[in-house]
Design a protein around this ligand. Sequence first.
Ligand code: AMP
Length: 606
Amino acid sequence: MLYFLCTDFSRIIGHIGQDPKENTGCDMRQKAGKMAIIGIDLGTTNSLASVWKDGRIQLIPNSFGEYLTPSVVSFGDDGEVFVGKIAREMLVTRPERTFREFKRDMGTDKLYRVGDREYRPEELSAFVLRRLKEDAEAFLGEQVTEAVISVPAYFNDDKRCATKSAGKLAGLQVERLINEPSAVALKHHVDQNEMERFIIFDFGGGTLDVSLVDAFENMVEIQAVSGDNFLGGKDFNEKIAAYFYEKNHLAAEGLSREEQGIVLKEAEQLKCRLSEQDSASMTVLLQGREYTLELSNQELIHISTDLFTRMLKPIQKTLNDASAEWEEIDKIILVGGSSKMPTVAKYIKSMCSVEVAADSNPDESIAIGVGMAAAIKMRTGEVKDVILSDICPFSLGVGILGDRFSPIIERNETLPTSRTQYYTTVKNYQSTVNFDIYQGESMVASENLKLGSFTMANIPPAPKGVPVVEVTFLYDINGILDIKCGDGNQTVHKLIVNKSMGLTEEELEKRLKELEQTTIHTKDQEQNRFLIEEAQRLYQECNPQYRERIRQQVEIFETMLERGSAREIREAYVRLAMFLQMLEAHKISFQEFDESFWTQGEDDEP
Ligand code: AMP
């Protein structure tokens, strides 16, 4: 299916391809009292939101004035919930009550325990979405209730449904799910407006998505997608951490969860430093002793060979699926945080002769693209249309006799698509047929991912092979599956698929009520709270000889927060922030720590 997108986002004023009667520009929409639809990049590591405002797509700042909100949720002892930057600090200070990377578990039955309460991944995502919604409301000065959310192209039906549920739990009606690489392709084509065939290589914190795109004039056509749901920056962090343990003759099991968390965090920072320089080091204080690892980019390639090799598979698969040759590809565009690793571009370049271009803004491209899709949804119009066509990334079908897979929708079909297959009974006078629904490419049904099952009952008595059972799969533009089934008399029954995972409507309502009772930490105190959390983390991470100093500084700041004037609080804030900054900068090598800064600002200490 095709839906309409406009090319000139700087001048959205008119028609974008729907009934002109319905067409309203953004301003008209606002005048008519309609609310803005925000675009959300709900990332594994960080999330961002964007919206059409003042005639252009704008990223929405959070209360720190930053666009990236870490996808981290932490539960305070008093029932308060922290989201984003503060929660990220709590990964070290309160690892047992702090969660991240839950996007990877969306649509699964994984539960995150906090005290006697368990949270599903979509509930944790809902906290992040709620925070983004609040930031958007503060930015726009109006209520926000609708959103378009991006998901990895390779997200299955369960994960997509879970994302929609997360939106609902956050008080957002999810108008549309858009595949992340499709959002980037849209942004890229709107920016470049060139006729080209390119690959979007979206390498994030937890997933890799690869899409082959054909863009010309007013058309952005996704031709094939592939990916790896379990390959991302996190895997490199783990490789570096494992190498750190190996080199220092340490066993991770012998360390506390907090200490393991610190090692992983330092490993990630080392990885990021390697994007700027050819070699870097990390130093971690564990049980009173400092351990160090020096690592070069070459060594990183060496210890992660299997990860690099896995990157190529989805690229190869998209080319095969679209029957495309390397010569037909104009360039590979790298997006996503992990694409910042120079080794990634180097590796891909070494494997093909195509131009490999880093996206000018890898952290923000998806958010901007999804914001554009949201602007379209808002029916903010422009004369020239861009049509975006997306595809089904995997085959969908049912299991039949002998554990064989019978695909109904083949992968890479353009969305939305509707396909019908006919089945019959295997026993005489069989009155019921059970179907298991699968997603995948294996001809053995049970080797694919089971999405659910349904039963067709009351089949009129007849010898085997006579009844005709018609099964229709409808796969919509959000990548969500709907199934219809009818018997030979063409009486069509709408079937509700029994999802093996996921929340039912009633559960969703119940959880929604519970979540509404939960308070997310108030935004106005966030900066102060963040500073204290940062200090607590550094307290744990740095050499004990500096701990007393940190404690004192925090106490002074807390006293000011309780009793001080606004000016005094601001001054104490700046002093503590500077102090922590210097501490953080020197943390890398404790031995070389320059004591001189201790005396800075000493005289005017309150
Ligand atoms: P994303 O999900 O696209 O936000 O990507 C997050 C991932 O990108 C995380 O694993 C980060 O560690 C990684 N990342 C972010 N910045 C860099 C950098 N400068 N160098 C290497 N990896 C990075």
